[in-house]
Design a protein around this ligand. Structure first.
Ligand SMILES: Cc1ncc(COP(=O)(O)O)c(C=O)c1O
Length: 382
């Protein structure tokens, strides 16, 4: 069976009507937003089709999502800490992050993030009137303990409530935080009185060589929250659903989540995510093999066509963080690639400090499309 990322042609992909395929004109090759160019996992497609056939299109309810994640977490990560009673279904990961932060901080309070980071971490914080303090990643895109400690100190100054929004694995660098790094985070947060909220949406997309450690599996994380989803792993962003999980000491906080939040997730979304977690393992393994090959292919393509670009193959995700500063294209190289090369990457500036001169490339596609994408980037320079 052909691997999922090799199954669709460009013509087939261009029939899609989602943001990736309709934001730019048809002569642009889209390698930007984190949608994957694979067909749906067969068990997911079947579950959704069957739900539609029986008119099972009402409101979401129940603990099926938590139970499916529990089974997946045990099998993949050897973690038995998903307790259905300590979870809430939420509309998507970012809405889950927002609702959890509303439980533990108030308007004007501070949220610490590790820049460069997924731009909505800034957008949603601004939207909910929280102040962002950056703790830039350090060498090798790893968490910089000194920067984190300094940021925690500033965030908690004056005795205000503060939180740390950790991205694990990290978007855009694909860093997979180690158990040791996460234990240090937990100790520092505890020492400064910050609550930790971890966005673990990319956890299923950890590539060979790295190991995902669920934050809540570590000692000293009982007051933290995680938000997880099948959305990135199985290309289900359009089937909205996610799960917020509370550590044992945060469970009472999660119970205060307003009932109306449960109106947000789509029942069809929950059905799709449950099918992915329960029956999508083989498909996911095929995607992971494809991403592993593509991250290496990209290294070869860049060193051949664009040797000035600095790229460290990510440990997770379908995203490559490209340091284009040596190309002399200014702060927003993605704008030049788009205009002159007709290839769309995500510009680095909205990722916060450390984003200037960078671009993010989505390699969750076929080797042919990836090759053509880099060829177009090179053309933009020529
Ligand atoms: C780190 C991170 N969090 C959240 C999201 C968005 O997830 P959702 O659509 O479930 O809010 C993304 C999407 O790419 C992401 O990379």
């Amino acid at each position: 069976m052909t691997e999922p990322l090799r199954r669709l042609s460009l013509d087939e992909l261009r029939l899609r009507t989602s943001a990736k395929w309709r934001t730019h004109p048809p002569d642009v090759l889209p390698l930007w937003v984190a949608e994957m160019d694979a067909p749906l996992a067969e068990p997911v497609a079947r579950a959704l089709t069957e739900a539609v056939a029986r008119g099972d299109t009402g409101y979401a309810s129940g603990t099926a999502y938590a139970e499916a994640l529990d089974a997946f977490a045990r099998e993949r990560w050897g973690w038995d800490g998903v307790v259905a009673a300590h979870t809430a279904i939420v509309p998507d990961v970012m809405q889950g992050v927002v609702e959890v932060l509303r439980l533990i901080t108030g308007p004007g309070d501070t949220v610490v993030v590790n820049s460069p980071v997924y731009p909505p971490f800034y957008g949603f914080m601004e939207h909910m009137d929280r102040r962002v303090v950056e703790a830039p990643l350090g060498d090798g895109h790893r968490i910089d303990t000194a920067a984190l400690e300094e940021a925690f100190g500033r965030a908690a100054a004056g005795g205000r409530r503060a939180a740390y929004l950790l991205c694990s694995p990290h978007n855009p660098t694909g860093t997979v935080h180690t158990a040791q790094e996460l234990a240090t985070v937990a100790a520092l947060a505890d020492a400064h009185g910050l609550r930790v909220v971890v966005d673990e949406i990319h956890a299923p997309l950890v590539l060979p060589g790295a190991r995902f450690v669920p934050y809540l599996s570590l000692p000293g994380t009982g007051s933290a929250f995680s938000v997880m989803s099948a959305s990135k792993g199985w290309h289900l962003a359009g089937a909205k659903a996610a799960l917020a999980l509370a550590g044992p000491e945060a469970a009472a906080d999660l119970e205060r989540i307003p009932y109306v939040v449960s109106h947000g997730p789509s029942h069809l979304g929950v059905i799709g995510h449950v099918a992915a977690l329960r029956h999508g393992g083989d498909w996911l393994d095929g995607v992971l093999r494809g991403l592993d090959e593509n991250r290496r292919l990209l290294a070869g393509l860049l060193s051949h066509h664009l040797p000035g670009v600095r790229y460290a193959p990510p440990e997770a995700t379908c995203l490559a963080w490209l340091d284009c500063r040596a190309l002399g294209l200014g702060d927003d190289p993605a704008a030049v690639f788009l205009e002159r090369g007709r290839v769309a990457l995500t510009g680095g500036l909205p990722f916060g400090s450390g984003g200037a001169g960078h671009a993010r490339l989505n390699f969750g596609t076929s080797p042919e499309i990836l090759t053509e994408g880099v060829r177009r980037m090179a053309k933009a320079l020529g």
